[in-house]
Every structure is written in C-alpha cells, then in structure tokens.
Ligand binder design. Structure first.
Ligand SMILES: [Zn+2]
Length: 196
C-alpha cells in the first residue's frame, strides 16, 4: 500500500538542528559564533509550530456538529480568518485571510471549528490553490451541506523577496461545491459577500 507522500521516517531533533547548522554555513556565516548558538534550536521549534498541521485530522474537530437548527436554511459565513502558511516551492511564508461559507442541510458546526480547519491546512507545506480546495472538501465531507464556498486572499513572500512582483500583490483563489458550483447566481452572491 502506498504511504501518503508526507509520511516518512522523521529525522530526530538533533539531526534537524544539524541541518540548520549546515544551512547557516551555506550562507557563508559561522554556525559556531555566539549569536548563532541557539539559532538551530529556535528554528527547529519554529518548524514544529509552522508544520504542526500534519499531525491533525479535520475529523477530530468537525465531528461535533449541531443538528438543532430549527429550520435555518440560509448561508453560514465566516469572513477574514487569518492564516500563516508556507509555500511548498520555496518554503517562504504566504499569509492572508480565508473566507468560508456553507449552506447547511442538517448540521452546523461551531465557528472556532471552521477556523481550526484553516489553521490545520495552513500549518503544512502548501500551495494556495490546494489549501483552498482542501478546506472546502473537509467541510463538504463532514457537514454534508448543500454547498461550500471557500476563498483565500494572500500575499506570497517568495514573490516579494525576489524582485518579481510589487509589494501588495495578492493571489485570490476560490473553490465551490454543491449549489455554489452549480447555481451561478448563488456563486456571484457569495463572491460579493467574500470580497466586500
Ligand atoms: Zn513560493
């Protein structure tokens, strides 16, 4: 059976710190000098934080749903969920906001859980397009709504630092399922709500 691509034998913390020392030496600096003594430890701890999403599963926090919605049949929308991720091509930060909307059929979920879904996928090596689709699919799978819409607006540091683009350029991605995919009037409505 094929393993998921992210499952490998994990190097030890010591090995990871050694790799940071190698990268420091590659810059031309001296890993042993006093200002850099604790840097490998800090970098490895930052990595543990930035990439903690690999150990999480959306099923854990999307399984607690509420089904007493008393006939509520309108859009549930959470805007401007901040996130901080890293692009898988350069391991450079990309950050911005995610907007999530869904049209419930039977279940709704706590607001914080929607933010957790974003956080979980952001804390991995990502590309924005994939992250947008993954968030939508997780909600689709666990809430079985009539439709999900996800939009992400983000700035990519790998572009800022390399002289290619102007500061402030934003990449906008969107993923629609169910009624938001098939009903173009609904899709237009949700875009307006996301982008206002
Ligand atoms: Zn990049």
């Amino acid at each position: 059976m094929n393993k998921p691509p992210h499952v490998h034998t994990k190097p030890t913390r010591k090995e990871a710190e050694e790799a940071v020392r190698t990268l420091i030496a590659f810059t031309g600096d001296t890993p042993g000098r006093s200002g850099l003594t604790n840097t490998p430890d800090r970098v490895v701890r930052a990595f543990a934080e930035h990439y903690k999403g690999y150990d999480e599963d959306p099923a854990h926090f999307l399984q607690t749903t509420f089904d007493e919605i008393s006939g509520y049949n309108n859009i549930v929308l959470l805007r401007d969920i901040p996130f901080y991720s890293h692009c898988e091509h350069h391991m450079a930060p990309f950050l911005g906001v995610a907007h999530i909307a869904y049209l419930p059929s039977h279940y709704v979920v706590g607001i914080s859980k929607l933010a957790r879904v974003v956080e979980m996928y952001a804390k991995r090596l990502q590309i924005q397009e994939k992250m947008t689709a993954q968030i939508a699919q997780a909600i689709e799978t666990h809430l079985k709504p009539l439709g999900v819409a996800v939009m992400i607006e983000a700035t990519h540091h790998c572009m800022l630092g390399r002289g290619v683009t102007k500061t402030g350029a934003q990449l906008i991605t969107a993923h629609y399922t169910g009624v938001f995919q098939t009903d173009l009037a609904k899709q237009a409505e949700i875009r307006t709500l996301f982008l206002k």
